[in-house]
Design a protein. Sequence first.
Length: 118
Amino acid sequence: MVQFIKFFFQPVRFALVTVLLAVGNLAVAAEAGPKAPTKPAAPVELQKLVDQSNQQRDRMISEHEALARQLKDATEEKRREIYEKMSEQKKAFEVAQSALHKRIREEQRAQRALQRSR
């Protein structure tokens, strides 16, 4: 028994056995086939809200990048104005995102309530 343990735990053999076991597990998993998705597809209204949130985020990023480009060549006075615009845009974005996220949570609650009632 001691000889078996010494033989098995030599680093090269141990690595080889580990790889063979891993390959065997992959083969078994491949034979099982693809798993069915566990999450149902998002309702249309919820997906629209998420898409709207993503669009707002993308718009905010592009506007911020445009102002950042203007900032490079601006005078000190212009810089202050640009920083104020950036700050205002950030606040407006946060307010819009907050309202949108509230709507998303409300929609999710409504969907869960609908699923419970079935």
